[in-house]
Structure formats: C-alpha cells, structure tokens
Design a protein around this ligand. Structure first.
Ligand code: MN
Length: 211
C-alpha cells in the first residue's frame, strides 16, 4: 500500500488484467481485485470514519492490535484491515511471464529450512489444501530470517511474522475459473509467484552487509 493510514485507497492492479493468463483469467482478477479487495478497503474506511484516534494507526498496527480495540470495532477491523493487508501482498507478489527463481540469500534460507524448492512447494500446497474453508497459506519469516509455512483462517494475517508470499484460498480467488479444484489453482498460483520481488523484500530485511 502506498498510504499507510486512513483513508485507504485501492491500489491499482500492478499488471494488466490479462497478464496472468492462463493461470488466472481476467474475470477472476476483475472480481477479486475490483470487487473483493475494493470492498475490504471501503469497509475499513467506513469503520474508521468516526474514529479519529484510529485514523492515525498504520495498517500493520490495525492488523496486529485489533484485539485491543473496543468490542464493537474489533471483529470488523480484524476482518477488513486483514483483508486489505493480505490482498495488497497477494496481488503485488504475482507476476506475469516466466517463473523467476529466488535470489541466493532467499534460496539458501529455503534450502536450510525446507531442504529445497520442491519441499517448500509441498509444504505450501499442504497448507493451502489443509486450510478448511476460507483463509490463506503463507511463506513468512521470523525476526531472524528463518522461514516458515503457515496458514491463517479468514483474513487473519501472519503479523508479527514477516509475510513474504501468500496464496489466497478463499473460493472467490479461484472459483470462477477453477470451480472446486483448489489444487489446480494452487499450481497456477505457484507458477505466478514473483520470486524476484520476494527475494528483494527478504534481502532488504534480513541480509547483513558484513556477512
Ligand atoms: Mn481474496
């Protein structure tokens, strides 16, 4: 997200709507980005419009600290701030064209923590398939750069872990194109993952100039 606080605006899809074919089609991206993602942005703004103190909270803080909020705001902020945060990352970490590979620092961490790319993919797929109902499968990093695969229900984020890559397994992410075939959607999503961008995020956060 360009803006970190209220009022939030929907970031444009960072590529053309037909750029991810054949893995994700235009209809899916129009509904997912222009309707579902947009609704989380609108609903979050609506929740915060008469909450001046919360309007200064960055998105990450809303996602992390929703449990501290007054009861009437808690669940709405949890769902909608999470929805904004998660979808922003989801669309930013897909890329058109041929699949890239992780840069050396991230590849080393994948080898160390999973035993290689195929094992990471298997762990991500198990998380994506094992999330009962709506939710997300994630590649995330802990404070030291250690990698983990986790799943979250609904629009819960992985904060305070550092999210690197996320597979949206809500049916709205794939049903128009894949119907009930979540595994086929996962395979398409995996081929579209932007390892170049993910490597940059990982490198900025965890590589040390003196290593
Ligand atoms: Mn979604």
């Amino acid at each position: 997200m360009d803006q970190t606080c209220y009022p939030f605006t929907l970031p444009p899809l960072p590529y053309a709507y037909d750029a991810l074919l054949p893995g994700l089609d235009e209809r899916t991206l129009h509904f997912h980005h222009d309707k579902h993602f947009a609704a989380y942005v609108e609903n979050l703004n609506k929740l915060l419009e008469d909450q001046p103190a919360l309007q200064a909270w960055p998105l990450e803080r809303l996602c992390r600290d929703w449990a501290c909020l007054p009861e009437h705001l808690r669940q709405g902020v949890r769902n909608n701030a999470g929805g904004v945060y998660n979808h922003d990352l989801y669309f930013r970490t897909l890329r058109p064209g041929l699949a890239a590979t992780p840069a050396p620092a991230l590849q080393e961490a994948i080898d160390r923590d999973f035993g290689g790319m195929e094992a990471l993919k298997a762990a991500m797929k198990a998380a994506a398939m094992g999330q009962f109902g709506s939710g997300w499968a994630w590649l995330a990093a802990d404070g030291q750069g250690g990698l983990l695969v986790v799943k979250t229900p609904n629009q819960d984020t992985v904060l305070p872990l550092c999210p690197l890559l996320c597979c949206d397994v809500w049916e709205h992410a794939y049903y128009l194109q894949y119907q009930n075939r979540r595994a086929d959607y996962f395979e398409a999503w995996w081929r579209l993952a932007d390892w170049t961008g993910v490597s940059q995020v990982y490198g900025r956060r965890f590589s040390h100039p003196f290593f």
